[in-house]
Ligand binder design. Sequence first.
Ligand code: PLP
Length: 225
Amino acid sequence: MSEPLPIDEELVDRLAGPLGERLEAVLDRIRAAGGDQVRLLPVSKAHPVEAVVAGQRHGLGVFGENYAQELSAKHATLGAAAPEFHFIGQLQRNKVRQIAAAVTLWQSVDRIRVADEIAKRAPDARVLAQVNLADDPGKAGCNFEDLPELVDHMQSIGLQVEGLMGVGTAADDQATAAAFRRLRAQADTLGLVECSMGMTADLELAINEGSTMVRIGTALFGARQ
Ligand SMILES: *Cc1c(COP(=O)(O)O)cnc(C)c1O
């Protein structure tokens, strides 16, 4: 493995100012939507490790990442100073081992085979089941129909299933709200507390429908490269 690159402190300085302002604006949006109890997960995917360090300067301690390679590179670069990472991207079974030590919550588990691999590499891991909220079967996530079996299986192999995760449908607001409502209802039916839903474009809709965690990239870090 190649040596991790050093942190570019000047870049951290440059990113920290705007990030502080955007963070205040996002927290204002969350509060205005009535989400005082809703947690903010900053999504640093496709931004440099310096964006994570800038976030840490503002007191952020947990970051969402989508790509195993990128997550493990950031984790290695930061070493003992690494924050917690949630994995929120499409998860391939053969990537689980690479990031098992760095991930504190697996938000995007949508298949039994992947769940089995997580249980093998990280026994007792905390997980969310990702549900496909789009009509498009090509999108990530388990179908609502298959969800009870997936959750049951994950619990039976010792994973700590804390809740559900879903990505808004990007259709009109009404359809998105209905999808979020269905996700919240499923979580309640399954006795699960956590409902990770809401991104930059739809965090208000998600909070209104009972989100417990919003995952915010663009509104905090700007457009991705
Ligand atoms: C990229 C991503 C986010 C953040 O999206 P923004 O629209 O930039 O806020 C949240 N959740 C998932 C699963 C993502 O892939």
